[in-house]
Ligand binder design. Structure first.
Ligand SMILES: *Cc1c(COP(=O)(O)O)cnc(C)c1O
Length: 389
């Protein structure tokens, strides 16, 4: 582990996540529960460390996308409620019950499977019913002509033996997009969700304990959608324009070091394909950070990385294990100097925009060979390398 540091590493600032949690809590108010989305290894930040932090600061729920992700948290000391948002094969139901993990129920066929398996195990599976109000992905379809059958299906699932319907939820498709048509779409999704809940609760005479729908965009922009619980991911990690507007802090800083410096004459082609050619005497630094570490190759020749003397332009194609920056006018940048790929100084949002993608993709892409160093109260509290040694 020590040997891999000072090369390329990710610093995860748990204080930033705790700060963002506190700020979001202030915004939603004390009566609204907080579910922290920690799927995909907490968007690349480490779901165990982030989960432990959220448990410690008093968050109410965690969400992941698979049974494996949920079990990883359970066997690592997370005792708080965990919801699996995605697909779980029926063979896993027994484990979910044993480990007290909540499962999303996304359609009639899955409800029947889960119910049958739970009965076989002689246990009760806690579930949250997913409603498709316009995301057109998982959930009971309830819009327009499907309202009646959707509501019927949900009621049926709620009353199946072996299932305990603790919650109901939906997911917004365009809550983070600006424009009247997008706002109308989100409002329609929310109105439909509210109608579905009302119809189901009225027919059953039982209220859902936890109704939730607000993702990052909705937490930032639509307070009327908070209901019993909010479900932010990106906002918690401090990226994107909503985090920026709320004064939240980016949690991850990706750092690398200059491994080699070369001086080339004018007319030298740099890296694969020769897409960059020097136009004068040029000093190039080679960095041990490439697309196999999580860099996006589409940023080739497009972005800048941050040195102690300011931003340095990336030159040529990004390779699997390396990339090159122009440090011609930065004589203070030497072999061993630190370079920030993204973080406080070099915003991940800017990189994402240049790559024509979203910040989610950049943090999720950080690969297992990049060690992660965790900071709490300003000091290193944990170091982790995912390679199998
Ligand atoms: C990923 C996800 C979220 C969190 O989305 P953000 O945009 O990161 O806030 C919330 N709900 C569901 C169902 C998700 O899949």
């Amino acid at each position: 582990m020590e040997s891999t540091l000072r090369r390329t590493w990710a610093e995860v600032n748990l204080d930033a996540i705790a700060y963002n949690y506190k700020k979001i809590k202030e915004k939603i108010g004390k009566d609204v529960k907080f579910l922290g989305v920690v799927k995909a290894d907490a968007y690349g930040h480490g779901s165990i460390q982030v989960g432990q932090l959220l448990q410690e600061v008093g968050a109410d729920y965690l969400a992941v996308s698979s049974a494996d992700e949920a079990l990883e948290l359970r066997v690592n000391g997370i005792t708080m409620p965990i919801l699996i948002l995605g697909h779980t094969p029926k063979e896993q139901v027994g484990r979910l019950i044993d480990y007290q993990i909540t499962q999303a129920v996304t359609c009639k066929a899955k409800a029947e499977e889960y119910s049958a398996e739970a009965r076989k195990c002689g246990g009760i599976l806690k579930v949250h019913i997913k409603v498709d109000t316009g995301m057109s992905r998982l959930g009971y379809l309830c819009d327009g002509e499907h309202f009646g059958t959707g509501v019927e299906g949900i009621i049926e699932a709620c009353e199946m033996p072996g299932l305990d319907a603790e919650g109901i939820f939906t997911h917004f498709a365009v809550a983070d997009e600006f424009g009247p048509e997008f706002d109308a779409y989100t409002k329609h999704q929310f109105a439909l969700f509210s109608e579905v809940i009302e119809a189901v609760e009225k027919k059953r005479g039982v209220k859902f304990a936890i109704r939730h729908c607000a993702n990052t965009g909705a937490v930032a922009r639509f307070p009327e959608t908070y209901l019993d619980m909010v479900r932010p991911g990106l906002l918690l990690y401090g990226y994107g324009e909503f985090a920026h507007k709320m004064g939240l802090k980016p949690a991850m800083t990706m750092k690398t070091t200059v491994s080699t410096i070369k001086i080339y004459p004018a007319g030298t082609a740099i890296s694969y394909g020769g897409i960059f050619k020097t136009d004068k005497m040029t000093r190039i630094g080679v960095l041990p950070y490439g697309y196999a570490d999580g860099f996006l190759r589409s940023l080739s020749n497009k972005c800048s990385l941050y040195t102690k003397e300011g931003p340095a332009k990336l030159r040529g194609k990004i390779c699997m294990d390396m990339c090159m920056i122009d440090i011609t006018d930065m004589m203070g940048v030497d072999v061993g100097s630190e370079v920030e790929i993204f973080g406080e100084k070099n915003s991940i949002d800017t990189l994402a925009e240049l790559a024509d993608t979203i910040p989610y993709e950049l943090t999720c892409a950080v690969s297992k060979r990049v060690p992660r160093v965790y900071y709490r109260d300003g000091v290193v509290v944990d170091k982790e390398l995912m390679l199998r040694m």
